[in-house]
Write a protein that binds this ligand. Sequence first.
Ligand SMILES: CC(C)(COP(=O)(O)OP(=O)(O)OC[C@H]1O[C@@H](n2cnc3c(N)ncnc32)[C@H](O)[C@@H]1OP(=O)(O)O)[C@@H](O)C(=O)NCCC(=O)NCCS
Length: 311
Amino acid sequence: MSTPALAAAEAVGLAHRVIRHGPVGSLAEAARARGVAPADVVKTLVVRRGSDDFLFVLVPGDRVISWPKLRGLLGVSRLSMPDSEVARQATGYERGTITPLGSVRPWPVIADERVRGREITLGAGEHGLALAADADEILQALDASVADISDPEITIRSVSEGDRPMLAWLVTELWGSEVVAVRGTSLRPAEMAGFIAEQSGRLVGLLTYQLLGGDTLEIVTLNALDRRRGIGTMLIDAAAAKARRSGCREIRLTTTNDNVDALRFYQRRGFRLAELRPGAVDQARRQKPEIPLVGDYGIPLRDEIDLTLPV
Ligand SMILES: CC(C)(COP(=O)(O)OP(=O)(O)OC[C@H]1O[C@@H](n2cnc3c(N)ncnc32)[C@H](O)[C@@H]1OP(=O)(O)O)[C@@H](O)C(=O)NCCC(=O)NCCS
């Protein structure tokens, strides 16, 4: 059975092989099912440049779009990812099956330069369907521009004992002390369980947590060293998965009244306000005088706010 993608490949005379495989849940599984390395599962992302103005971006499976590089190349300050319905209208394809071949509208294609010079596989417009072809021929058929627009993937791993000395230093850098005050208690995040986000071996994010009473995973600290690249969301997802594996009912965390960015971030990810402790930071400051009087946006730093997320 053909798809618009396979029909388009035929129509432009692209020499290709069709690969059919069963359902896959991750890029690594797709690579195994296609019998290729992860880098050769080339991902197609639809990026929105403006109203009714989209682009296809092709990146190797083991890398991610570099938004700064892509914005720089296109000379724009804003790019976004459309939701799945908008992407479907723009391309005719359901999320997870999108390919520039046979798209209902011929949006420009930009390929990461690392895609060139070998056989690659591309989704062919249906789940479990891919085509393999020479990358340079595909790029020519798509009239693609080629540039450096990707970064290595961000990966998440658990904190290990060897990380402790580095974490002690990092927590002090980020929170002003090795000890953080939460709910009237003092905690040492560098000695707790946690997740580290890494890119090319460099730490780019840290989440620390503790399990409370068997049914709650409490996030003690969360930091993304590079903001707005999805690191915070990946760390929350890792904590939610850990909470589910541990049989917890919810994730809980405490933030402060000035941290408007965090309140936005957490609520956008499904957290609800659960408790307000007026004056809790003023009280903690008596034990820990280095807690500043004024927080983000010049807001007086006074209260603790708890948020929870069912898992
Ligand atoms: C709160 C914090 C952890 C969020 O981390 P982050 O990595 O910036 O979070 P994300 O990138 O996952 O998401 C932030 C926003 O960037 C957007 N974003 C993610 N990737 C993006 C990308 N590549 N391009 C553009 N925007 C992107 C997300 O959609 C999100 O926006 P939304 O909330 O409107 O959906 C981070 O700001 C931080 O470290 N703050 C300081 C410490 C702190 O206050 N911690 C919380 C204490 S309780």
